[in-house]
Write a protein that binds this ligand. Sequence first.
Ligand SMILES: [Zn+2]
Length: 383
Amino acid sequence: MNIFDIKHSNRKKIYFYMREHIRATRQQISFDLHLSVPTVTQNLEYLAQNGLLQSEVTVDGRGGGRNPTTYTYIPDAKISIGVDITRHHLKLIAIDLDGNVIKYIYRRCLYERTEEYLMLLGREVDHLVALAGIESKRVLGVSIAVPGIVNSHRGIVVDGRVIDNTGMTYKDFGKYVRYPSRLMHDSDASGFSEIWNSPSIHNAFYISLCNSVGGSVFIDDKVYDGDGLFSGEIGHLILHPNGLSCYCGQKGCMDPYCNAELLANHADGELHLFFDRLEKGDKNLVKIWDDYMNNLASSIISARMLFGCPIIIGGYVGAFIKPYMTKIWQKIDKKSPFGEKSEYYVLPCKNKTESVATGAALYYIQDFLNEAMVFDDAKHKKA
Ligand SMILES: [Zn+2]
C-alpha cells in the first residue's frame, strides 16, 4: 500500500462511517476508527469542501473552550440516473447515494432506431434532472440498460435481436445526454439491484422473467459475463427438444415457455390481469400457470446444478411470484437430484418495481463509492 492508497483508504473509512452514522464529530470518528484527529480533520474538511458532508459548529452554551463541529452525511450529494429501454417503454429513475428513488419518469413509447428517439432520450434525462431539482454537477452519470447482449466494457450491443439495437454503442444512446453514460444488459442491471439489496448474497443466479427471458450470474458481487458475454442466458437453455420456436433460432428454449408475454397474452396483454384472474380461480389460467411453473422449476434445477448458488426469480413475473413460492419449491424439490430444500436457495426478487432502471443507476453509485472521494483525480471522469 503506497501513501496514496493509505490516504484514500482512510478517506473511504471516514466517509463510510459517516454514511452509517449520519452525524458525528471528529473526536467520535477518531476514537471509533482509531485514526488521529488531524487525519480525521483533514479528510472531513476535504469531504465537506466537495459537498459530500455538511459541517456545523455546535454551540454548547457553556462557554469557554472550542465548540465541536458536527458533520452530517448528505445522501443526495450525488445522484445517478438509470434508464430502462424496452420495446414499448422508456423509464428513467434518479437515485441518491443510498439507492433511494428521488424521481421517476415513465413513458409509453415505441423504441425506434432513429435520431428522434435518441433526442427524446436526451430530453427526458434533462426533464428528470429538472424534476429532481438537482444541479447538473451532482449527476454522476446515466446508465442505460437495454435488451440484448451487451459488451459493457466497450459499451456496445453485440446482439440486439430483441429490439433491433445490434451495434449501437453508449455514445449512440448518449448522443443527446449531457452526462457521462454507459450501456448495460437489462438483466445484469436488475440482478445487480437484488445483489445491492441483499448484503448477505455475493454469488447468485438471477432469472429475469420479462417479455424475453434473461439471466445474469454474479460472483463476488460482480457480473460474470463469460467469454461470449452470454453467460447466464438461461432463456436459451433447451427445455423441450424440438419444442416451440425461439427467436434465437433454436427450438424448445426456455424463453417461449417462460416469458412474461406468454402469460399476459392470456389476459388482454396485461400481466397484472393474468394474476388477478388466476387468483379468482380462472380454470384455464390455473392450467397455464401450472405448466409455466413446471417449466420454471426445471430451469431453476439446471441453474442450481451448474452454479450451486442462490437463484433469484425476478423480472415482470418475479414481481408477482411471492405467493406462489411454496408451489414452486415443491415442484423443484420433487425433481431435484440432490434432495436439497429449495426454499433455502430459490428466492423471490425483493425489488418489484423498476429494478432494471434502479439497478442500472446503482452502477454509478457503486463506482462512486469505490473510487469516490477522489475528485482531484482524472480517474473519476469517464472517457
Ligand atoms: Zn432461444
